[in-house]
Design a protein around this ligand. Structure first.
Ligand code: ACO
Length: 328
């Protein structure tokens, strides 16, 4: 019989500095009113100079490990989802492996943008279920402020920095009942960072033209997101052998309050059952779901035995969803 995988510890970390909407009113043609009504965002966090993704990831991971009551050396694997690593070599996961003292863990980063945490959770679940590993740390971390073009009002106001982590381990009851991940690379142009890779290595020109920053076709992503959030949630719920009315709590990716509300409505979920922190943090890409999950648990909104849906979408394009019978 398969082992059961579940989340046995969670943690998160956001930077100290808060950047409110009025900051943007001073540097570009926008307003608190536009940002609030079109996105639901009031403020976001930004790392300090000298700080990097692995610093946030380390603190989130430490809290998740403490909450799981395992020791770092009991970790078999570390998976970090990020599109903003400290550098392209080494991986953030290897930095964490060293700093945490997770001497027995394999470590790798994965890139699936905002869906990355669900991708990581899916990989971890396989290793636990097939009996190969017992404890796996999955982290979603982003420092999107480092790839934001502060001259582009269509993207600058949306993003924030943060990290969330979960330890996935063997559980007796409940656990991760289903996961579902997918991709559609034909939509890859909708969200892009053009320079800094092998196609266009860094040059004076690429820096002068701001090509290391993210660009986005907002309305195309918006339409895709509303459709996919519902579709992916339904597939994960069905794979778990459940119906939407069996869902106790919904933790969606935090990209836009209008996307969250539209997908909750399509699923017939009351907003009381939906976690929202986009007002405080903006879109933290792969960190959004694990930070929201950690906060919802700590606030008592997710309790042991609850069926929780997590669902995300993002650049690539990618998407991912899971149903977790909460075991903490
Ligand atoms: N302030 C004021 N006006 C603005 C701003 C701003 N910050 N940004 C755009 N506008 C203007 C536009 O220029 C446009 O003006 P125009 O009609 O004169 O051309 C008008 O507002 C409407 O623009 P739209 O892009 O149609 O606005 P929309 O209602 O679609 O909202 C938004 C834009 C918030 C980006 C929305 O499309 C969205 O949330 N999209 C999804 C983004 C997303 O989910 N990304 C996730 C992936 S992130 C990742 O993977 C890293």
């Amino acid at each position: 019989m398969k082992n059961k995988a579940g989340i046995i510890g969670v943690g998160s970390q956001v930077p100290e500095e808060r950047v409110d909407n009025y900051y943007f009113e001073h540097i570009m043609d926008t307003s608190d009113e536009w940002i609030t009504t079109r996105t639901g965002i009031k403020e976001r966090r930004r790392i300090a100079e000298g700080e990097a993704s692995s610093d946030l990831a380390f603190n989130a991971a430490k809290k998740a490990i403490e909450s799981s009551r395992i020791k770092p050396e009991e970790l078999d694997m570390i998976i970090v989802s990020t599109i903003t690593p400290d550098s392209s070599l080494p991986s953030v996961s290897c930095i964490l492996q060293d700093k945490l003292g997770a001497v027995n863990a394999a470590a790798f980063d994965l890139s699936a943008a905002c869906s990355g945490f669900v991708y990581g959770l899916t990989v971890a679940t396989q290793f636990i279920e097939n009996g190969m590993y017992e404890n796996i740390l999955v982290v979603g971390v982003e420092t999107l402020s480092t790839i934001t073009n502060y001259e582009d009002r269509k993207t600058a106001v949306l993003f924030g920095d943060g990290a969330g982590a979960a330890v996935v381990g063997r559980v007796e009851e409940g656990g991760i009942r289903s996961t579902y991940i997918g991709a559609d690379g034909s939509g890859r142009d909708y969200l892009q960072i053009s320079a800094g890779g092998s196609r266009m290595p860094a040059s004076h020109e690429s820096v002068d033209k701001n090509l290391h920053k993210v660009t986005m076709s907002g309305s195309n992503v918006f339409k895709f997101a509303v459709r996919k959030m519902e579709e992916a949630s339904i597939i994960a719920i069905e794979k778990a052998g459940l119906a939407p009315e069996d869902i106790n709590f919904y933790v969606p990716h935090q990209a836009n309050i209008r996307i969250i509300e539209a997908s909750a409505k399509r699923l017939g979920l009351d907003m009381e059952k939906v976690y929202v922190n986009i007002d405080r943090y903006g879109n933290m890409s792969s960190a959004s779901i694990p930070v929201a999950m950690d906060e919802a648990y700590r606030e008592g909104k997710i309790k042991k035995g609850d069926n929780v849906v997590i669902v995300g979408f993002g650049g690539g394009l990618t998407w991912g969803s899971a149903v977790i019978n909460w075991s903490l």
